[in-house]
Design a protein around this ligand. Structure first.
Ligand code: SF4
Length: 200
């Protein structure tokens, strides 16, 4: 992302922390999917059409910053404000991977269908996406040692937030943050010292 507009603010802290986390997630899920032969069907975006992700405050900041400072796409922002509650407002059938903010998508979207989880007894389980056909994803992989579990990353994600990482629907968090960051964006060109924090 372009960092000059928010250098020295809490937005930069969030983006640095989440970029590191997401890079680790991408590496781990990529290796996991390759090792166990798991793959989404080409061109499928069915999960996003029927789903609104739960995200942390930091993740909402990250997405809002991507929309305002990177994409500057008012049409997507308006769609989020007008959202009618059905499906993810960031889903678009005509974009690569069907996500308007693919580089900034939240953790749950990165892990869905490409990670396992452990139950309360410590068993490692895998629930494949119901839209995935058997030929692209084995239903019950036999897991060896190198398994990515949702919990490995969700604890780390939640530790980044000041409010203990409470989760809320993307559609509840994003509209207010978009307005906050839009305001910060209007101040950025007039700042004398980009190292001076705007917000704490
Ligand atoms: S944020 Fe992107 S990947 Fe996640 S549900 Fe919405 S459109 Fe799909």
């Amino acid at each position: 992302m372009k960092t000059s507009a928010y250098a020295g603010t809490y937005i930069e802290e969030v983006i640095v922390s989440l970029s590191n986390l997401y890079a680790d997630v991408e590496e781990a899920t990529g290796a996991f999917a390759a090792h166990y032969g798991i793959a989404c069907p080409s061109g499928c975006g069915s999960c996003c059409e029927r789903f609104i992700p739960d995200i942390t405050h930091s993740e909402a900041v990250y997405i809002a910053a991507h929309l305002i400072f990177e994409l500057g796409d008012d049409e997507i922002i308006e769609r989020i404000h007008r959202h009618d509650g059905s499906g993810c407002p960031l889903y678009r059938s005509d974009t690569p991977f069907h996500c308007s903010v693919y580089p900034a998508r939240p953790l749950v979207c990165r892990l869905y269908g490409s990670s396992a989880y452990h139950d309360k007894y410590g068993n490692t389980l895998f629930r494949s996406c119901r839209f995935v056909k058997a030929e692209t994803t084995p239903r019950l992989p036999h897991f060896g040692e190198h398994v990515v579990r949702v919990q490995d990353f969700s604890y780390r994600l939640r530790s980044l937030d000041r409010d203990r990482g409470e989760l809320s629907l993307l559609t509840e968090l994003l509209p207010g943050l978009l307005e906050q960051l839009r305001f910060i964006a209007t101040l950025a060109p007039f700042r004398d010292d980009p190292e001076e924090p705007l917000a704490g």
